[in-house]
Write a protein that binds this ligand. Structure first.
Ligand SMILES: *[C@@H]1O[C@H](CO)[C@@H](O)[C@H](O)[C@H]1NC(C)=O
Ligand SMILES: *[C@@H]1O[C@H](CO)[C@@H](O)[C@H](O)[C@H]1NC(C)=O
Ligand SMILES: *[C@@H]1O[C@H](CO)[C@@H](O)[C@H](O)[C@H]1NC(C)=O
Length: 565
């Protein structure tokens, strides 16, 4: 029976994976499988690959629980091949009401479970940012997308205007959701019953927001608009049912102060804006869980602590002048904090207040800070004085000059730390190796000598990605047994006779799962780039199972390429 089913998959990977995901959940019983085989209803004609794959996908779709079907249909509005950002997708599911509350679990966490379920059932494909192991995006296979579009249309779930439809404008549809991918006009009267509106492009025939009064989700990804958008947001305050507001790329200098009327708002995404001050009204949004204001211009208000429901806060810069470090401690629900550029702490009291605030965040799991600047302090232990990272932390991406945090990071204190990115002076790999949950590690460090050992037997048991800006030392057998991806830097020099020095990567043979290596080649003056690249290539090729090699020429410093959240 298995053969028969696989035969119907005609060797199409998507079909095999999808049907495999369905079968895993079924009884291993001939009868069940026969039933499944006949219920998929393969056509008699052999080799109808596309048709059979469709049937398998459709079968898998109807095998999904209802809530997952809804979440999947929602993806029908995205374009082919587009990378869908996980965080904003999950918050939109929440805002649409697709996510069912459960006692004691946050809505985002439940949505994340749905997301993982869809991955597990091969309906969506996870995409991690440059293999750092954190799933930041997903993609929908073309055939799955086709299917969801048909189903979404049939079920009147979403109206998608992507320029391919036959209809003439204006369009009125009964669907509660409208997604526009095309620059065409709409008239106001169609909008009164809409619950979700998502436009990628816009034009001057833009409906007035006053006609959207039932909206729960409004996303204007309107990068190409050249109209007066400030005017356009005029009626924003009337959308009192709104839960998700994404104004990414809408070129506006300020938000209307009536935004305070949107009492139900859960998510406010203001990426790519020139807004300088958030209106006071935002301070009254007591249900706001996500605030993305990570543009350089946007100042974090000194009343940020009023937003006590916040679970995710993104900003570009922070300093003590805005009282931020104190206010932070009031955000008790915070799960994720990203300060994408820098945090400036210029006084002892600011450093203390920061440390104290972070200690209060009992739900924080993810902290990313591009850079910490301490004007005038150069005592290296001073930087993180009093900073005890919260015990439940899973990801810490942090940098600091002067250095010195490492003394305070202790594997016993952070049992679940899975992603760590730090800037260190003398790397103590013994210590890092004892973080048993660590999946990705990024270390900026100087001065590793070739005879240093990269962890002993049993160190780094789960580590899959290791990046460093230094030349690593020896990899011993039994350390980093799960490592898949390694990124490091070498310096290419010439010896006295003018030849490029050899590279010795022989200890990489002790990494049984290593799949790819990225080597940053730093060229000493006068070294021939091609020769250096050849040397690196040769040193990798002589390994018993040579990993895939990528080479880069180092130009930028560590911080030019920041970790994304
Ligand atoms: C995927 O599903 C299988 C079978 O239903 C289950 O055993 C497994 O734990 C799931 N994996 C994840 C990551 O959810
Ligand atoms: C923040 O909360 C304080 C105390 O409740 C209140 O006085 C103030 O007006 C609030 N600020 C804003 C901007 O909502
Ligand atoms: C670590 O993760 C486990 C499993 O998710 C959880 O039960 C436990 O409470 C976490 N520990 C801490 C200190 O957060």
């Amino acid at each position: 029976m298995v053969d028969k089913i696989l035969h119907k998959c005609c060797g199409v990977p998507l079909a095999i994976i999808t049907i495999g995901s369905v079968l895993i959940g079924k009884l291993v019983d001939m009868e069940e499988w026969s039933k499944l085989y006949s219920s998929i209803g393969f056509g008699n004609e052999e080799n109808n690959v596309v048709e059979n794959t469709r049937k398998i996908l459709l079968f898998s779709y109807y095998d999904l629980p209802l809530h997952l079907r809804t979440c999947l249909l929602y993806l029908s509005q995205y374009r082919e091949d587009v990378l869908i950002e996980k965080d904003s997708l999950l918050w939109r599911w929440v805002a649409e009401g697709f996510v069912y509350e459960e006692q004691g679990i946050g809505l985002y966490d439940i949505a994340e479970r749905y997301f993982n379920d869809l991955i597990n059932r091969s309906m969506i494909q996870p995409i991690g940012f440059s293999h750092d192991g954190i799933i930041s995006h997903c993609r929908v296979h073309d055939m799955v997308l086709d299917m969801t579009r048909l189903l979404a249309k049939e079920e009147n779930f979403i109206t998608l205007l992507d320029g391919n439809e036959q209809n003439t404008y204006p369009i009125c549809s009964n669907a509660h959701r409208l997604a526009i991918r095309d620059k065409k006009g709409l008239i106001d009267t169609c909008m009164t019953h809409l619950r979700s509106f998502n436009a990628i492009r816009c034009d001057k025939f833009w409906p007035s927001l006053s006609s959207f009064q039932a909206l729960r989700v409004l996303v204007l990804d309107a990068g190409n608009c050249n109209m007066d958008n400030t005017n356009h947001l005029e009626h924003l305050g009337k959308l009192i049912h709104l839960r998700y507001l994404g104004l990414r790329g809408v070129d506006t200098l300020e938000l209307p102060k009536e935004i305070g009327n949107l009492k139900k708002l859960q998510a406010l995404d203001l990426r790519g804006h020139r807004i300088q001050e958030l209106p006071h009204g935002v301070g009254q949004l007591s249900h706001l869980k996500l605030l993305r204001a990570d543009t350089t211009q946007t100042r974090i208000p000194d009343w940020i602590g009023n937003l006590t429901s916040l679970e995710e806060l993104w900003m570009s810069e922070a300093d003590e002048s805005s009282n931020f470090v104190k206010e932070l401690g009031k955000l008790m629900e915070l799960r994720k904090l990203c300060i994408t550029k820098k945090l400036c702490l210029t006084s002892t009291s600011a450093v203390e207040a920061w440390a104290k605030s972070v200690t209060k965040l009992l739900k924080i799991q993810f902290i990313r800070i591009g850079w910490v600047e301490l004007n005038g302090y150069d005592d290296s232990t001073y930087c993180w004085e009093g900073f005890i990272p919260p015990r439940q932390l899973r990801a810490l991406h942090i940098s600091c000059k002067p250095l010195g945090l490492i003394a305070r990071i202790n594997p016993m204190l952070l049992p679940n730390l899975s992603h760590l990115s730090v800037h260190v002076d003398s790397p103590d790999l013994e210590t890092f190796g004892r973080f048993l949950e660590l999946v990705t590690l990024r270390l900026d460090m100087d001065g590793i000598q070739h005879h240093d050992v990269m962890g002993r037997q049993g160190a780094f048991p789960k580590l899959r990605v290791f990046k460093t800006q230094a030349t690593p030392g020896l990899f011993l057998e039994g350390s980093m047994p799960s490592l898949e991806s390694l990124h490091f830097r070498v310096e290419a020099r010439t010896s006295e006779d003018g030849k490029v020095d050899h590279f010795d990567f022989h200890s990489l043979r002790n990494l049984p799962l290593l799949q790819e290596v990225t080597v940053d080649i730093w060229l000493a003056p006068g070294v021939d780039l091609n020769k250096a690249m050849q040397m690196v290539k040769r040193a990798i090729e002589i390994l018993p199972n040579p990993p895939i090699l990528h080479m880069k020429i180092t130009k930028s410093a560590w911080l030019d390429e920041l970790f994304p959240c």
